[in-house]
Design a protein around this ligand. Structure first.
Ligand code: MN
Length: 242
């Protein structure tokens, strides 16, 4: 059973993470992909692709990148249930992976080439076209054979129209589900009422859902408006979880 390891590591009465077994594939069309930003013992990103009814998973300490010059280490880890792909929240202290989990990106992907996903993973060279809210374009996960424990892979962006040299994952550290930062998730704060524009990889400006108010009070407070539209500072301090 592919989800035995996932289930064995967790006590579902103590964690809000979904138990295996309920949901199968979400759609018959393109399979689901998601990336979770996980502030556990060490901050990392969990990269998950729906293949054969589960989420095949890699833990990427430095996160994915749209920069094709970057090859980030990705540890192949245990399969996760499809339901995990919508998970955001806090894994309580004392549990496996304790810390906050952000749904950092989500979307669909198409395998490249004729081989099935399981075959591509078995041969150690998985290629796919990704259509996420932040990540887009062609990617490869490549197994580094003959190394260490055997779970060492690299996550690589292919050169295409979506490639973005110098792209910094930490400039996009907000949830696609709730708009929250990692700290806001950790503190169980409610979802933001504003949404990010995610069309462009370099776009990091908050966009309000509400129509702009041009009241006398707003006009009298230009400083407030300026603060709201200013780009937020990067936070790289959330490295200690459990
Ligand atoms: Mn993780």
């Amino acid at each position: 059973m592919p989800l035995d390891e996932y289930a064995a590591k967790r006590h579902f009465e103590n964690t809000p993470e979904p138990p295996p077994g309920k949901k199968k594939s979400k759609s018959a069309a393109n399979p689901y992909i998601c990336v979770q930003r996980h502030d556990a013992t060490r901050l990392h990103y969990d990269f998950r692709l729906e293949i054969d009814g589960v989420l095949k998973s890699w833990a990427v300490p430095k996160g994915p990148s749209l920069d094709p010059a970057v090859k980030h280490f990705a540890a192949h880890v245990e399969d996760h249930p499809i339901d995990y792909g919508g998970f955001e929240g806090n894994i309580p202290a004392g549990n496996y992976g304790a810390g906050s989990v952000m749904l950092w990106d989500r979307g669909t992907f198409e395998l490249l080439g004729d081989a099935r996903g399981a075959e591509q993973i078995a041969r150690g060279d998985l290629k796919f076209h990704l259509d996420g809210e932040k990540l887009k374009g062609d990617f490869a996960l490549v197994h580094m054979k003959g190394r260490g424990k055997g779970n060492e892979w690299l996550l690589i962006k292919k050169r295409d129209d979506f490639a973005s040299p110098g792209w910094d994952v930490e400039e996009h550290a907000y949830s696609v589900l709730s708009g929250r930062t990692q700290e806001e998730i950790a503190r169980n704060l409610p979802a933001r009422k504003t949404k990010r524009k995610t069309a462009g990889a370099s776009d990091r400006v908050w966009q309000s859902d509400r129509p702009a108010k041009k009241t006398a009070a707003a006009a009298a407070k230009p400083a407030t408006a300026a603060v709201k539209s200013a780009p937020r500072k990067k936070k790289r301090t959330l490295t200690s979880g459990a």
